[in-house]
Design a protein around this ligand. Structure first.
Ligand SMILES: [Zn+2]
Length: 242
């Protein structure tokens, strides 16, 4: 398997099938994880030397380490949920939520909302802030689905992902590898917390919430069987295959 099997979201061009077909795009939503938790995933990815698109939620020195790797790209992961839940805590509008996230990564061209929150207005807002790739669609691989990127108004490219670690646990989906692509686009979405915990069941994630920011305690809760960390490593091993 050639190393060009793996790519960055920003290299996807819907007008050029070769830019995405049968390729794997690794993405990670940081979701306010503790630095140690992010660094744990980062060390794994550095070891395999593969391109990765990160979606940043907050300021941290770890972002500098990520940015220093030419194979990595940093997108943004704005959280519009408080606006929907009426618990905005200072944020008064989608525009202000978006701007505060862009301030963390001003060069970002890719966006994925936390919880995949999306709307026609948000799409226009992304365009007006020079975001080019919107990763707010989840389309599971299989059935009659045909997974490819598509373009919206303002040249906004929609890049759907076909696998997500926490959703895979609810839907019992194994992580796709290039042979599963069948001429489709494969974008996978992991979270450092699930890699760190090696989550095999969302109950593990929920009951450890109080210690998610206490990595020394959290590491003791890492699942010892087959979980999300194993799934990631399985996929990363593909990059080494001849
Ligand atoms: Zn998220």
């Amino acid at each position: 398997m050639s190393s060009s099997t793996f790519g960055l979201i920003r290299d996807i061009n819907p007008k050029n099938d070769e830019s995405w077909r049968n390729r794997v795009f690794l993405t990670f939503d940081i979701d306010w994880a503790h630095d140690t938790v992010i660094e744990d995933t980062l060390a794994l990815l550095e070891q395999y030397d593969v391109p990765v698109t990160w979606f940043a939620t907050h300021r941290t020195e770890v972002l500098d380490r990520i940015r220093s790797n030419v194979k990595f790209d940093v997108g943004i992961h704005p959280n519009f949920n408080p606006l929907l839940e009426g618990s905005s805590g200072g944020a008064s509008s989608a525009a202000s939520v978006l701007q505060s996230t862009i301030d963390i990564a001003p060069q970002a061209t890719a966006v994925r909302s936390h919880s995949l929150v999306h709307s026609e207005r948000l799409a226009s807002l992304f365009i007006s802030h020079n975001l080019r790739y919107c990763c707010n669609a989840f389309i599971p691989l299989g059935g009659s689905n045909r997974i490819a990127p598509w373009e919206l108004w303002g040249e906004l490219v929609m890049v759907p992902h076909c696998w997500q670690d926490n959703v895979a646990l609810m839907m019992n989906m194994r992580v796709p590898t290039p042979p599963d692509a069948n001429d489709q686009l494969i974008v996978v979405n992991f979270h450092p917390i699930h890699v760190f915990l090696n989550t095999e069941d969302l109950g593990r994630y929920e009951r450890t919430r109080p210690i998610h920011q206490k990595p020394l305690e959290l590491i003791r809760q890492r699942f010892k069987g087959y979980g999300t960390r194993n799934r990631l490593i399985e996929l990363l091993e593909v990059s080494k295959a001849p």
